[in-house]
Design a protein around this ligand. Structure first.
Ligand SMILES: Nc1nc2c(ncn2[C@@H]2O[C@H](COP(=O)(O)OP(=O)(O)OP(=O)(O)O)[C@@H](O)[C@H]2O)c(=O)[nH]1
Ligand SMILES: [Mg+2]
Length: 478
């Protein structure tokens, strides 16, 4: 084996016992509440906490005890007045969130009391925590990897239960578990190639090119499946936008109101009612959905309508999904509608035949001929509510698409996606290197570069500036 330690195989040691200062922050959201928590982490956490509190007994790991918060302004700490009562819980290193000693002081949620506690802790030598620093310490101590740290943030920011569940899986390491075997296969290949080079004089045969290509291909395939999960992972995390378009009076605003379940947009019998974009966020199957109601498309009759129609077109172009609403009672399709229908075939879209309550007898028309077409139009009545459940279902199916079966270990953010695509790129380069018959030493450079990108995904060799970027998006106290 090559004796020279390679940075990608022997990642920088994150688990070293760095002497770290003790940090403090208010961990509950700003404002008043029933309970507010001040969290301390570091070697002096217990010592600092003991100076702020009157504790009946010494702190014991995972045990909560009632304590009194001392008035920080009192002259004589031994006889200090009590500012508030609190519950103090101690988590002893290494069995804590950060793997350091952690003390959590739960007082009443009064900003004045909590800030006084933090000031008193600082006076005792603690330092105010940077945003995300508690989670950063959990990462630096090796308790969690980078994808898990990111999942903490995703969980805190989740807007639906489904998002929270996906984040929770990632927090438990679902994504890292998916990456592990891929990384192992790569490390094995590298090790075997290194051995071939080192013992070349001993007549050990070099691995045949076809075998190397096969092994790289196998790694690429699993990675590609992971990359494909990003599309759905991003949808779950960031949501999806859906623009409702069509001719005036087709019932766009009525459908919009049905989907948001309240009378949000103005509905009248006059064509050209909606002028501006109306947007509303709803949760569909736990996925955040930004619905956009737009002005009906036709030759505008005044300046405001013309600007509105311009906005409709932009919203249609920008949306992840388009919902084309047709009036099922209409005899013929307008030119505009024919053009839109064609456009729908080339993008993620749903066609709706609305006003079916009036159109059940209308079977001979051009519009009716779209019934049962491909893609199948959804038949609705915004007036009676008929077909709305089917419409919701169709939207959800369209959104879920390919991502459905890979919910465990989804990639959810751009940083992860970039790391994977860099790995894929490096692997492709290495295949080209084989085809070009370059020596194995050169081929290894590409493989090491693939390994480094993969390491960056979980954080083994991530540069500090990227770490700072990630943790600074947390709020203080997390
Ligand atoms: N019978 C029946 N009437 C409907 C239905 N959907 C909408 N309407 C009526 O059709 C008219 C137009 O509805 P809107 O929702 O304002 O239509 P729109 O597409 O938003 O129209 P613009 O904003 O002008 O582009 C209103 O009088 C609605 O009550 C339906 O399914 N059945
Ligand atoms: Mg409208």
């Amino acid at each position: 084996m090559n004796q020279q330690a390679h940075p990608a195989v022997a990642p920088r040691h994150l688990h070293a016992d760095l002497p770290r200062d003790t940090i403090v922050a208010i961990s509950t959201p700003p404002g008043r509440g029933g309970i507010g928590i001040v969290r301390l982490s570091g070697t002096r956490a217990v010592e600092v906490a003991s100076r702020l509190l009157r504790l009946p007994r010494p702190l014991v790991h995972t045990q909560a005890q009632l304590a009194e918060i001392l008035d920080p302004e009192s002259e004589d700490p031994a006889n200090a007045r009590r500012l508030d009562e609190a519950v103090a819980t101690f988590f002893q290193a290494p069995n804590s969130y950060t793997r350091e000693d952690v003390v959590e002081i739960a007082a009443h949620g009064s900003p004045v009391v909590l800030e006084a506690l933090v000031r008193a802790a600082i006076a005792q030598g603690a330092r105010i925590a940077r945003p995300g620093e508690f989670t950063e310490r959990a990462f630096l101590s090796g308790r969690i990897d980078l994808t898990q740290a990111e999942a903490v943030r995703d969980l805190i920011e989740a807007q639906t239960l489904y998002q929270a569940k996906i984040a929770s899986e990632q927090m438990e390491g679902a994504l890292s578990r998916r990456i592990q075997p891929i990384k192992q296969a790569l490390v094995h290949l590298i090790a075997e190639l290194e051995a071939g080079i080192d013992f070349a004089e001993d007549d050990i045969e070099l691995m045949p090119s076809a075998v190397i290509v096969n092994r790289i291909e196998a790694i690429r395939e699993t990675l590609q499946a992971l990359a494909a999960s990003f599309a759905y992972g991003r949808v779950v995390r960031d949501g999806i936008s859906l623009s409702i378009v069509g001719r005036p009076n087709a019932g766009k605003s009525s459908l919009f109101n049905r989907l948001v379940q309240r009378e949000r947009a103005i509905v009248t019998a006059t064509p050209g009612t909606t002028r501006d974009l109306v947007t509303e966020r709803v949760s569909l199957g736990g996925i955040p959905l930004d619905l956009i109601d737009t002005a009906g498309l036709r030759a505008a009759q005044d300046e405001a309508e013309s600007i509105g129609i311009q906005k409709s077109r932009e919203a249609l172009a920008d949306a992840d999904v388009a919902l084309l609403v047709l009036d099922a009672t209409a005899e013929a399709l307008s030119k505009e509608e024919i053009a839109l229908l064609e456009q729908m075939l080339t993008r993620r879209a749903i066609v709706v035949l609305n006003k079916m309550d009036l159109a059940h007898g209308n079977s001979g028309s051009e519009v009716a001929s779209l019934r049962g077409g491909n893609p199948a139009a959804i038949e609705t009545s915004a007036l009676t509510g008929e077909g709305i459940a089917a419409l919701r279902e169709a939207i959800l199916t369209l959104i879920r698409g390919e991502g459905k079966e890979v919910e465990a270990g989804l990639m959810t953010n751009l940083r992860q996606q970039q790391a994977v695509s860099e790995t894929l790129q490096a692997l492709q380069d290495s295949e080209h290197a084989i085809v070009a018959n370059v020596p194995h030493e050169m081929l290894l450079l590409d493989l090491y570069s693939a390994l480094r990108s993969l390491d960056a995904l979980t954080g083994a060799t991530t540069p500090d500036d990227i770490l700072n970027l990630i943790f600074s998006t947390f709020c203080i106290g997390k």
